[in-house]
Design a protein around this ligand. Structure first.
Ligand SMILES: [Zn+2]
Ligand SMILES: [Zn+2]
Length: 202
């Protein structure tokens, strides 16, 4: 168990975040970020470099995350390693001490649902809460890694994908079904060019 440096990196104490700020630099693994294999596959740790500033209880976090992530190409369905590098921006505010864990309680006398503050958890994508005197950076970083996934990951921009009919990976060469419709017309054009070229030369 590697408790120590990494745990402190992901759980900085509020007292250590001064007005001048706190810099956190180190490496974190998928496990430490709480990433499961379904979220993201990381062949190695991610390099984290974060700057934290505390302005009257509002902690602003900026920085970068870099490493390698394994993605699946949408065209050929192969897994490939993709460089991962993105900037992190988040704000942490202290969770109100009396924040109710169960926001919707029905008061039978009033006959309607009391919608209390906890709905504000969804107020902003990059706003997080901390409790007590310590920040939990792992859930925020985990979310950033998941959101970094492109809608259409491609192993390469010119990946030609699989044949829709036989399923062969066309990056490895043409399949039988592809030959028939395209190549004959191409040959005709080529042989015509060849004829005119040949006649002028002789
Ligand atoms: Zn591909
Ligand atoms: Zn085919």
């Amino acid at each position: 168990m590697q408790v120590g440096a990494t745990m402190e990196l992901l759980r900085p104490l509020l007292a250590d975040i001064t007005a001048d700020g706190l810099s956190l630099v180190g490496e974190v693994t998928a496990e430490e970020l709480g990433l499961t294999e379904e979220d993201a596959v990381l062949p190695g740790p991610l390099a984290v470099s974060l700057d934290l500033t505390n302005i009257e209880g509002l902690v602003a976090v900026t920085g970068v995350l870099e490493g390698t992530i394994v993605r699946e190409c949408v065209r050929c369905l192969k897994e490939y390693e993709d460089p991962l590098a993105f900037s992190v921006r988040a704000a942490f505010i202290q969770e109100p001490k009396s924040a109710p864990r169960h926001p919707k309680r029905i008061d039978p006398r009033k006959g309607r649902a009391e919608v209390v503050e906890a709905e504000s958890e969804e107020e902003s994508d990059d706003q997080y809460h901390y409790q007590g005197n310590q920040l939990e950076l792992a859930p925020m970083l985990r979310e950033h890694v998941i959101l970094s996934a492109p809608m259409q990951p491609l192993c390469s921009d010119d990946c030609v994908g699989l044949c829709a009919q036989c399923g062969k990976d066309l990056n490895e060469g043409p399949c039988q079904c592809a030959e028939e419709p395209t190549i004959p017309t191409f040959r005709v054009v080529q042989s015509m060019k060849h004829k005119t070229g040949g006649s002028s030369a002789s």
